[in-house]
Design a protein around this ligand. Structure first.
Ligand code: FUC
Length: 761
């Protein structure tokens, strides 16, 4: 049964059929062609542009007028003013770029049969096999984190059976200079000026230098010859390729890195190691990550079909193992796209072939990058959250300048997009770009990481970042002019929806969590009582969540929600997920949230559907969550959301947040830990949103808040076995249906409950 691999009976005919490998720094899309293999290559720091201050120094001069217009009921005029005077310079930020393509041509192959290509998620190895003229050809590829390389082996079961031509090309307009020598094919290049196109900003001047090296080894004889800028290997038993790449990126302020030295360091490390040892080293590093979690769901014979056929027939039912595969794929993609030391996953993870990619393939920080990291903690991959934390820390100095230039405020602020250069100013269009809540939202990820790990050293290190985001809010909030006691945000909006306003519900929810979390952290670290009470005062003055005339949770301060509104952003439901502000302990608000979500409907973009899976799971409706999952796990067509044959989620186009969001959502359907009881015990809720289509299953290694791992087995829709391994001292309240039991555990304790104890019978 194929719950841990994607496989196909034909080579990829387009990018969305190719399969991804990655090590956080390098990504490759593998097409699996028979006569010609293509590896479309990315390097995580290759972005257009360079160090740049996006802030408009005089922007603050227009703030008072913008506020006056918004509060005076002229949001359109305010938008025009902001667009003219307060957007970033330039107004669009930079784009993530493709690096190069490695082409492997196999001349004179006889007709082939028994073709199969497969991406094994348990090993992260991509394999192409076929037979031609009685000879079996095997082509393996993986991305190694320890070797910082993409490694390929081409073999046949006949001696001297491998003949190939190796070459590089690039779609970059600046081009590359390729040089070939026996044993090595390499290229160098440098990005330059770009005109603004799509949502990608202009750049005048030189950009990043970059280079790639392919070390080539012919095993068991064979000859190598340079033919122009190609390298030809003839009659080898096997060919081993090791690809490494680097850019001159050092930091958002420094692009003076030495590409040659970096490439030489990588290449020297891997020289002479050989495929088998590199594979062993890769498996030793990768498998402990992917094997932390397992999930089995009911399936039928369809589970053995090629993945594209499974996707096509998923809606017919029976093959729930495909949902498990989608879940494992999300974990795989996070390991491949986000590693300690790498850049965070972009809108496309690390895989992008376009010069003008969709939305710049950048960091959209009003939902998308956050969603990328939703599965990191629950899926037991907390170390992969690190690139996001580093991004946040690197944004702080830029965000301080933005807070000063735009609001004459202290602390730091970020708006709806950032890039490699850590922009924090508002970009694109005022109606979506002017959203000064991103820093606050990002900081709640710091708290989540702590809630799972209890790692006080981590929290102490990041505390100033949280504090800085609060300092901004203290200066930014203004008294409500409506004669009520509230402090309000202005300008703001409910992300990308409804135009400029003041005090959109999501703002208040995010601020409430951040202020709360910062108060708790501040108390731990000896924060001044004056600052703590200031936070408390402000928190108490935030407008509360409100239930409107439709029984809905209001998206805005005024009760203006439109019952026909199907907008993709469901920002006011932030309080339900990712936050736990609205939960079973606030039943009226929870009911109102369900009403809002119901009104919004199911159809949406990929990431929005994924968010709704999480939301319905938190609302306790497993069948509705599954309905959304089915919507997501549909072949992409006609401009609607779905998945591509390679299981990449379609906004459309491809956007990886949907993959990560649904992975998190599947956990939320099976185990939740966001609630605490009155005594502070962490509530571990088992099977809170189990759909009828998953009557039995098995989940292992999920992490819960409070610091524990949970394994769970269920049958006939009821848990039959649970194992909870506490990693620190903590009281857990295990809830299953109506049965609740509290267990005080010590670090290292294992709690085993069987069906009898779980059902309280
Ligand atoms: C936000 C969303 C869009 C898209 C873009 C990258 O702007 O509203 O749907 O996902 O990010």
């Amino acid at each position: 049964m194929e719950t841990m691999s994607l496989h196909y009976a034909a080579a990829a005919s387009c990018w969305e059929e190719a399969l991804p490998v990655g090590n956080g720094h390098l990504g490759a899309m593998i097409f699996g062609g028979i006569g010609q293999e293509r590896l479309q290559l990315n390097e995580d720091t290759l972005w257009t542009g360079g160090p740049h201050d996006y802030n408009r120094p005089d922007a603050h001069r227009h703030l008072a007028e913008a506020r006056r217009l918004i509060l005076g009921g002229q949001p359109g005029e305010a938008e025009a003013l902001l667009q003219q005077e307060m957007m970033a310079d330039p107004n669009f930020i930079q784009a993530y770029q493709p690096l190069a393509d490695l082409w492997i041509d196999f001349p004179d192959l006889p007709p082939c049969a028994e073709y199969r290509r497969k991406l094994d998620l348990d090993t992260a190895v991509h394999t192409v096999t076929f037979r031609a003229d009685g000879v079996t050809h095997t082509r393996e590829c993986f991305a190694s984190f320890p070797a910082r390389a993409i490694v390929v082996r081409l073999t046949t079961d006949a001696p001297a059976g491998v003949n190939c031509d190796l070459s590089f090309s690039t779609p970059l307009p600046e081009g590359i200079e390729v040089s070939a020598a026996p044993g090595r094919l390499s290229f160098r290049g440098q990005l330059g000026s770009r005109a603004s196109e799509g949502l990608s900003g202009s750049w005048d001047g030189p950009g990043l230098k970059f280079g790639g090296v392919l070390d080539v080894r012919a095993v068991g004889g064979g000859t190598m010859e340079c033919v122009g800028d190609r390298l030809r290997v003839h009659a080898a038993d096997a060919v081993e390729l090791v690809f490494m790449a680097a850019t001159s990126f050092v930091s958002a302020d420094d692009i003076s890195g030495d590409v040659e030295a970096r490439l030489e360091t990588f290449s020297a490390r891997n020289r002479g190691v050989g495929f088998d040892r590199m594979l062993a080293e890769h498996l030793a590093e990768y498998q402990p990550l992917i094997r932390r979690v397992t999930l089995e769901l009911p399936s039928d014979a369809a589970a053995d079909l090629p993945t594209d056929e499974r996707i096509a027939r998923f809606r017919e039912g029976g093959d729930e193992a495909l949902a498990a595969l989608l879940f494992h794929y999300g974990r795989y993609l996070l390991i491949a796209a986000s590693r300690p030391g790498s850049q965070p996953a972009t809108l496309q993870g690390i895989w992008n072939q376009d010069i003008v990619p969709a939305w710049g393939s950048k960091y959209t920080i009003n939902i998308n990058i956050q969603m990328n990291y939703w599965p990191a903690e629950t899926c037991n991959l907390p170390e992969l959250h690190e690139p996001l934390f580093r991004l946040i820390e690197e944004m702080v100095p830029k965000g301080r300048a933005t807070a000063h230039a735009y609001y004459r405020a202290g602390g730091w602020v970020a708006h709806h997009n950032t890039d490699l250069w850590r922009n924090c100013a508002p970009v694109d269009f005022a109606g979506c770009g002017f959203w000064p809540m991103s820093a606050a939202w990002l900081c709640t990820h710091v708290w989540e990481h702590y809630a799972f790990s209890g790692d006080e050293r981590f929290l102490r290190r990041l505390y100033p970042v949280m504090r800085g985001a609060c300092e901004f809010l203290l200066d930014f909030l203004i008294p409500s002019p409506a004669g009520d006691p509230f402090l309000i945000t202005c300008p703001s909006h409910s992300p990308e929806h409804g135009g400029l306003t003041a005090a959109a519900t999501m703002d208040n929810q995010i601020m409430r969590d951040l202020l709360d979390q910062t108060m708790t952290a501040g108390r731990l670290f000896g924060e001044s009582p004056a600052f703590l009470s200031r936070l408390k005062e402000v928190c108490d003055c935030l407008p509360p969540n409100r239930i409107g005339r439709l029984g809905q949770l209001q998206e805005w301060l005024a009760d203006i929600d439109d019952p026909e509104d199907k907008h993709r952003h469901v920002s006011h439901l932030w309080g339900v997920f990712p936050s736990a502000q609205i939960s079973r302990s606030t039943p009226d608000l929870l009911k109102a949230a369900a009403k809002s979500l119901d009104l919004r409907g199911d159809e949406a973009t990929g990431w929005s559907i994924a968010w709704k899976v999480n939301l319905w799971a938190r609302l306790g409706d497993g069948d509705r969550a599954h309905k959304l999952l089915m919507l997501l796990l549909t072949p992409q067509r006609d401009g609607a959301a779905g998945v591509y044959p390679n299981l990449f989620d379609a906004h459309p186009p491809f956007q990886i947040d949907g993959n990560f969001g649904v992975t998190a959502g599947i956990v939320e359907m099976l185990v939740q830990s966001h609630e605490q009881d009155e005594s502070g015990a962490v509530v571990v809720r088992l099977l809170p949103a189990l759909p009828a289509t998953w009557p039995r299953g098995c989940l292992r290694g999920i992490r819960v808040r409070g610091g524990a791992e949970v394994d769970l087995r269920w049958q006939d829709g009821r848990a039959t076995q649970m194992c909870l391994r506490a990693q620190r001292d903590q009281v857990f309240r295990v809830c299953h249906g109506d049965c609740t039991r509290t267990h005080a555990l010590k670090a290292g304790d294992t709690l085993m409950l069987d069906g009898y104890e779980l059902l309280g019978e």
